[in-house]
Write a protein that binds this ligand. Sequence first.
Ligand code: NDP
Ligand code: GDR
Length: 338
Amino acid sequence: MNKSALITGITGQDGSYLAELLLEKGYKVHGLVRRSSSFSTGRIDHLYQDSHENPQLLLHYGDLTDGQALTNLVQEIQPDEIYNLGAQSHVRVSFDQPVYTLMSDGVGALNVLEAARLLNKHKQVRVYQASSSEMFGKVLETPQTETTPFNPQSPYACAKVYAFFQTINYRRSYNMYSCNGILFNHESPRRGETFVTRKITRAATRIKLGAQKKLYLGNLDAKRDWGFAKDYVEAMWLMLQQDAPEDFVIATGATYTIRDFLDLVFGQLDLDWNEYVEIDPRYFRPAEVDLLLGDASKAKEKLGWTPKTDLQELARIMVEHDLNLAKRELHNSGFQAS
Ligand code: NDP
Ligand code: GDR
């Protein structure tokens, strides 16, 4: 019998790559999708077939904040694995919406664990929680490992710390297979356009084609350990295939500033970013995470996982994608104008 999985956050960057991976492995994949007035399934449309023809991917309406509906859904589909990737995932936005961020990222994770605990009474289910390097916050140790203390610096990070410890609490209290992936920043052509890497590749490629003049950014000195999302979803799957549940840091082990990323991206397009980038204090955060650098030795040793894509290659993949996208946009707007 092939396994089945429920992915919350399937319409997001990671959810779409994970759905691809699990479908390739022969899983039946169920995705939780929020109802909205416009379609949100752009990242997974290429995977979706007519649900009347023996589909391997099925979508269900739901919301992490609606625990009862989540429990009903988990009882109905009886998944072998649950990947809780759904979240209000934007750190800057979490300062504007702290309570909603706690409800979706903290209480939402608890709702997933409760639904899994009830199912677990008669069927074993394994739970992956999307924890974050953001939990290290104002870092107390570099590089950060599974034993580095958390020191969160945003409502988002505080909510993720809550979810992290509940995941461990359910493991200890109910003997559940629930584990945390502490993932450092990971990017791709499917990254949301308000996160800094994608904001930069979208703008730089549009500037290259003359479709945009300026790029407004915030703090350029923060350092991040950036990997490729497609590599990272493999680690999520591996974490649920072990004999016993454990928590793992997933990172590249290299850190760069936003300036370094600007150099890489604009450099690949033969442009000098200093001519185009302006600082807008609106993008500063009330509290900033200055430096993230992960040590993924445990994942290498126990999961056999290592990152395959360095930052130069990641920037190349994103620039190539966004240059094509910008060309298509220009082409289409040309057609509309004529
Ligand atoms: P995205 O922002 O791309 O995707 C978030 C997903 O969560 C979307 O599908 C979104 O749906 C869904 N969602 C948001 N709120 C709710 C809710 N209340 N109920 C149900 N679904 C909801 O995030 P990523 O794919 O980048 O990240 C995946 C997870 O990993 C997140 O939990 C994030 O916090 C965490 N993480 C991400 C890292 C990264 O660098 N990308 C690093 C470490 C952790 P919709 O499409 O409707 O908005
Ligand atoms: P982060 O990612 O906060 O690390 O959270 P983001 O790309 O938003 O910011 C990275 C760094 O860039 C600086 N920055 C800007 N950021 C944004 N978004 N927009 C700007 O204009 C800008 N200018 C400078 C930020 O100040 C910050 O220092 C991401 C999310 O995916 C989380 O969900 C995840 O948990 C963490 O990564 C690990």
